[in-house]
Design a binder for this molecule. Structure first.
Ligand code: KG4
Ligand code: ZN
Length: 348
């Protein structure tokens, strides 16, 4: 059962450090989207503190929902379904969004639709695209994930590769910390890299063996650490402003190289007609540029998530929820939160 034309779907996202709600209409148009980031709370700790994240979601969830309804000019009764991120993520954070979604679904007597956060990042690449090209080779690169998918439709993706250690965004965040920049590091490294020389330092491109679609970023991060602090990782030396920029540019190019190489490897393997990139790292300007360039060279269509949908948001949750609902997917009120993705790597 899909939505009635006059109904809205509410999406709720709280898997990490963004409290978000969105209302989409029955044809997928965004009526309102609100994202409350907790970055300021976690910056002092150099990373997300799960306990603080959970408490902050409790504080912000209702105001975020109220703002979302107000911006959409919608009433509670306009909601025909509630989609919610139930996995993967920080368990205490997920539970806040999930409990809220259950309460609303129960009170409004509407279906509850379970959404996987990483699948929602995949969906974000195709949101609002008139003629998406499938199969698509899709990369989701964020603070928690670096995953490759073979995508058959915006709601159907098969996991083909994953990181075996750090996620790409995590590597950006850790490198920023090593060179003394703030948190989260991705956007800062992106900015600093603009004035840097990407060829000054050659950090290792960890591509694993030729067949692998998995990633490894910890070696690249360690190479930056040794470069900045010596082989024992402890001997701090002063970095001048230009060297910081050159490190950022060289590191960024290295990560972008690895991501693009594997994405193309996947595209070749599945005979893809398009490349797609989503997740927080998809905001990276160099990555967007390079993926656009390789797509053009190979004659592949390009589906980059719109910038505002790269980092965590609820539009992607409501959008994927809308498609799942039309496919008959819904959950009972006993739906549980899961810190990991349930769908284990179904490798082809
Ligand atoms: O998707 P997201 O908001 O949260 C997760 O699901 O993890 O991604 C956040 C990550 C952080 O690691 C952040 O540093 C990274 O995305 N990020 C970037 C950029 N903007 C955000 N990384 C590189 N370049 C950027 N411009
Ligand atoms: Zn995310």
């Amino acid at each position: 059962m899909a939505l009635r034309p006059d109904q809205l779907i509410l999406g709720i996202e709280s898997s990490c450090d963004e409290t978000a709600a969105a209302l989409l209409d029955a044809s997928g148009g965004v009526r309102a989207s609100v994202v409350r980031s907790q970055i300021d709370l976690h910056a002092a700790f150099g990373g997300v503190v799960p306990e603080i994240a959970g408490r902050s979601h409790v504080e912000h969830m209702v105001p975020v929902l109220e703002e979302c309804f107000a911006r959409a000019g919608a009433a509670r009764g306009d909601v025909g379904a509630v989609a919610v991120t139930c996995q993967p993520g920080l368990i205490g954070s997920l539970l806040v969004g999930l409990s809220t979604a259950k309460a609303l679904a129960l009170a409004l007597d509407v279906p509850l639709v379970p959404v996987d956060h990483v699948a929602a990042h995949v969906y974000s690449c195709f949101h609002g695209v008139a003629e998406p090209q499938f199969k698509s080779a899709c990369l989701v690169a964020s603070g928690g994930h670096s995953t490759l998918f073979a995508v058959d439709s915006p709601a159907r993706a098969t996991r083909m590769g994953d990181t075996i250690d750090d996620a790409a965004g995590e590597a950006f965040d850790k490198v920023a910390a090593i060179v003394g920049l703030g948190y989260p590091g991705g956007p800062i490294v992106d900015r600093m890299a603009t004035g840097g020389d990407p060829r000054r330092f050659r950090f290792p491109r960890t591509l694993l063996d030729r067949d692998s679609l998995d990633f490894s970023f910890s070696g690249i991060k360690t190479a930056v650490l040794y470069h900045c602090r010596g082989q024992d990782g402890r001997t701090r030396r002063e970095l001048d402003a230009q060297e910081v920029k050159d490190i950022c540019a060289s590191f960024q190019d290295c990560v972008v190289d690895v991501l693009c190489t594997k994405l193309l490897r996947l595209a070749d393997r599945i005979g893809a007609r398009s490349l797609a990139v989503g997740g927080g790292v998809a905001a990276n300007r160099r990555l967007r540029e390079r993926v656009a360039q390789v797509a053009a060279e190979r004659g592949l269509a390009l589906h980059l998530a719109p910038r505002e949908l790269t980092t965590d948001n609820a539009v992607m949750v409501a959008g994927l929820g809308r498609l799942l609902l039309a496919d008959g997917v819904r959950a009972g009120l006993d739906l549980d939160a899961n810190p990991r993705s349930a769908a284990k790597a179904a490798r082809r």
